[in-house]
Design a protein around this ligand. Structure first.
Ligand code: PMP
Length: 384
């Protein structure tokens, strides 16, 4: 007798539940901000990636409304067919100007930017070396490319060099992949050393600035600026959905690289262009990143204040290098119970568990718009 070919799905879900790995969504009922209405209750928001507090900014909202009125809701097709608007080029010029690169290319999400760039740049004859804690979009882009994929130990330059020594000459091209700010740990990559290694081994380097853009660097250009590596040969990726408060992703780099991606990146060629609203909102955000450095100062002041308060109560986060502050917990069950407890005390923070990360943690993200009282309440809740 034929068995139900879908029965395994429910069994699999039961296993996920048993492990404490089950995930579900929580509804936010108003605009994003330092506080949000979560399922009917106002909570202090430490769970987003809206570092500069721009996702609910009236100027971004107005830019999105204006663009929608002028260009409609959808881009209607691939940029190469019907989906291209002047706004897209304006945004790409603004990104290139922020990053000090020759050009940039906007994708419909950061995930698609990584998939598209990696699959265009390397193939079967090539080698990819990625940090073991890289974001899923880098890891899946690597698999999709068909290249030989190796991982080096997290932030371990010696391990990277050893693996390159062993494998580099067996392959045509080599691409090194790294997050600039590791999204689930909050530490940052060693960019100058990575660039040195990339150059020594004739390898390309793609750095994912999803959590760096708008946050690091005097001008908010990211970790590349922070480390004084502006102008160096490398591929800079980023998203419009975190500090820039919108949706979409991009690659910034040389004019030749961008021209090549327009011709070879499948997740750019065969997908609908970014919506006019998202494009205009991101453009408005980049202007604010440049015109209001005080937002970045407030964000970093909040990072310093949280570090000091945590130290005073003896809580030791995984790292203290960015606005992403992760407090380790024993296991997935403890992550869930801590998250629930914090929510009852009016604090909304991320509960991050395997398989996203090897060990469970509470992920706290700071915003420029958090007030000192928000941070004090967070620490008070964490100490109870
Ligand atoms: N890279 C990193 C490091 C990320 O954290 C994310 C988002 N979680 C992405 C890429 C994907 O960006 P997007 O959300 O725009 O698809």
């Amino acid at each position: 007798m034929a068995t139900d070919p879908y029965a395994w799905i429910e069994q699999s879900l039961a296993t996920i539940h048993r492990a404490g790995w089950y995930r579900s969504v929580q509804t936010i009922e108003n605009r994003p901000g330092a506080t949000v209405l979560l399922e009917g209750r106002e909570v202090i928001n430490f769970a987003g990636n809206d570092y500069l507090g721009l996702a609910g900014d009236p100027r971004l909202i107005q830019a999105a409304i204006n663009a929608t009125q002028e260009y409609g809701t959808g881009s209607t097709g691939s940029r190469l067919i019907t989906g291209h608007r002047e706004l897209h080029r304006q945004l790409e010029s603004a990104i290139a100007e922020l990053k000090q690169t020759e050009d940039a290319l906007v994708f419909s999400s950061g995930y698609l930017a990584n998939l598209g760039a990696i699959t265009a740049l390397v193939g079967k004859r090539d080698l990819i070396l990625g940090d073991q804690y890289n974001h899923s979009s880098l890891k899946n882009g690597a698999i999709l490319s068909g290249a030989t994929v190796l991982e080096y130990r997290h932030n371990d330059i010696e391990d990277l060099k050893n693996q390159l020594n062993q494998h580099r000459q067996l392959h045509r091209r080599c691409l090194i992949l790294t997050d600039s700010v590791f999204s689930m740990d909050g530490d940052i990559c060693q960019l100058p050393q990575l660039l040195e290694v990339a150059e020594a081994f004739s390898s390309m380097l793609l750095v994912d600035e999803a959590h760096g853009t708008g946050v690091f660097g005097t001008r908010g250009a990211g970790c590349v600026e922070h480390f004084g590596c502006t102008g160096r040969s490398l591929i800079q990726m980023g998203t419009l959905s975190k500090a820039l408060g919108s949706l979409g992703g991009y690659i910034a780099g040389s004019a030749a690289l961008i021209d090549f991606l327009r011709n070879r990146a499948p997740s750019w060629i065969y997908t609908t262009g970014l919506s006019p609203a998202d494009t205009a909102a991101a453009l408005a955000a980049i202007a604010i990143v440049q015109q209001e450095p005080e937002r970045r100062s407030r964000l970093w002041q909040n990072v310093a204040d949280l570090q000091q308060l945590l130290k005073a109560v003896g809580i030791v986060p995984l790292f203290q290098e960015s606005p992403i502050v992760c407090v380790p917990v024993k296991d997935a069950q403890e992550a869930l119970s801590t998250g629930k407890y914090l929510k009852e005390r009016g604090i909304f923070a991320g509960t991050i568990r395997p398989p996203t990360v090897p060990t469970s943690r509470i992920r706290i993200t700071l915003m420029a718009t958090h007030e000192p009282i928000h941070i004090q309440q967070l620490v008070a809740a964490l100490t109870c």
